[in-house]
Design a protein around this ligand. Sequence first.
Ligand code: FES
Length: 300
Amino acid sequence: MSSIDPTTAPAVDPGMAVSTAPYAAPSPDRFSENDAALTPQTWSELRQIAARYPEARSGLLPMLHLVQSVEGRVTPEGIEACAEILGISAAEVSGVATFYTMYKRKPVGDYLVGVCTNTLCAVMGGDLIFERLKEHLDVGNDETSADGSITLEHIECNAACDYAPVMMVNWEFMDNQTPDSAVRVVDDLRSGAEVRSTRGPALCTWKQAERVLAGFPDDLADEGPSAGPASLVGLGIARANGWTAPGGEASGRTSDEPAEAATGTEGSHEADRADSEGEVERSGAELKHEDDARGTEEAQ
Ligand code: FES
């Protein structure tokens, strides 16, 4: 069981303070067979998930996330439960659970830390971050620290290259990391201090995040920033140069077909574009502010 409760952890400066608190003592029976088992409530929730879909087996992916939220991994018991509810074989469930890397067959720590080592993040420092965390936590890839708090893995591109090098904690973004900031993040997590995603809410435990992925919201989806200027720089450059998107053929409609008839969503696209343009204007001002500040720093 986790000895870290983020809901009662003291608030600190967003995620970056170095903690001097001792690490939580590992629980001796943490990964024992009796640590957690599927309860009647879990069986009921697994059935609820299956009932959400016209074809019950479409619910398998969130059902496996729910199993992980309870048992800390996909267990044989969880596989059998999913198979029984969906009326498919355990081999079919196991085939899915072993195909996707988000499903874990080994127990995961309180927090799953993934370091992007795909090309862009790697050259921007991701490889260094991963090596530093392996050394700091004394683990290899896909291994859990001795106190059971952190599971470390290297991950592929998370489509956040504009904030490289990127680290994920329970699939929440930690942008623009360095080896030192990454160590501070894991140390704060291990001490029970509150750590905030750079583009999301305060971090919860991996099991809590798995429950959200199973479709049981924690109502924190809108907490924290969800986008930033770096994602909008390309749009700003296009606007400054008068560049526009390709015409109808590129979107799959014929040139004489009205846009509204082809998609029925042109109005909402226009609204989205207006929102984005507002963001670009704001972000342009912010970028100029950042550049001015950087120039002042360099001049000093
Ligand atoms: S290469 Fe790391 S997020 Fe794309």
